[in-house]
Design a protein around this ligand. Structure first.
Ligand code: NAG
Ligand code: NAG
Length: 240
């Protein structure tokens, strides 16, 4: 039932556009009487800021290189107002119309590293989940089949231009031979969890094969040398 309430709430979200279709500035908010609400802004699908209802403040999430701008001192206050309006709307909606017409979209996910992979050097795995609706899913990281929570960060649901959502999560890790990592996603549209795996071995095998090949070639040349040597030795002893 929790999911149902949330879906209705998201339908009440108001995307608005600025400028002539060149850029899309979105404000997406959702509310629920059982789970915390969300109120976030995105420019061209990139999250720019959101209200943190637990911290009771507005949080900017612009990348460091972006030109600084703010949504104003009252950004959090207006988000709280929107939550009240949203909850009113949801209650009305449930009373008047007991079936939502949402289109469910399953997520797709991919896993990759932030930096070039070097054994023993700290790195970060990124799990990128996109194209899903409703914005309610569970994402879990596992190392060698054991779920981990240490070193995990989870982003906000970011709206895409087509009404679906994107979520990023990262895991700090140090690549070691034999270790493998998975990003598991559960979503209402999936019969089975969506699992993506990353293992250091897949990365280092192509490079570590080279010394083995070199060694094999070296051994072959060596053996050939010995064979030729024996041949000459036999020839030489036949001459005598
Ligand atoms: C909404 O519909 C469900 C079944 O689809 C029913 O069980 C529930 O009582 C209805 N709620 C309201 C408020 O009409
Ligand atoms: C919606 O947009 C996302 C990201 O841009 C894309 O991955 C997904 O396939 C799109 N979904 C549909 C139904 O068009």
């Amino acid at each position: 039932m929790r999911v149902c309430v949330y879906i209705l709430a998201i339908l009440a979200a108001v995307p608005y556009t600025r400028a002539q279709v060149k850029h899309v500035d979105m404000n997406i908010y959702g509310c629920s009487d059982t789970v915390p609400g969300q109120d976030s802004f995105a420019l061209d699908g990139e999250g720019t800021g959101h209200s943190d209802f637990a911290l009771k403040q507005f949080v900017m999430t612009l990348p460091e290189f972006a030109d600084p701008f703010t949504y104003g001192d009252d950004a959090f206050y207006t988000a709280v107002q929107r939550q009240f309006n949203c909850l009113d709307l949801v209650r009305e909606e449930i009373k008047g119309n007991n079936h939502s017409k949402e289109v469910l979209e399953p997520p797709v996910s991919s896993i990759y590293t932030r930096k070039y992979v070097k054994l023993g050097v700290d790195n970060q795995l990124i799990c990128h989940v996109t194209g899903f609706f409703p914005p309610l899913l569970r994402l879990r990281w596992a190392k060698n089949d054991v779920y981990v929570s240490k070193g995990v960060t989870l982003g906000q649901f970011q709206p895409n231009n087509n009404g679906t959502f994107t979520l990023f999560s990262s895991l700090n890790f140090t690549p070691k031979p034999g270790d493998y990592y998975t990003c598991t996603v559960d979503h209402a549209t999936l019969k089975q969890p969506l699992i993506k795996e990353w293992s250091a071995d897949k990365w280092i095998t192509p490079r570590s094969i080279f010394p083995i090949v070199l060694c094999a070639v070296g051994a072959a040349v060596g053996l050939l040398g010995i064979a030729i040597g024996i041949l000459f030795f036999i020839k030489g002893s036949q001459c005598n």
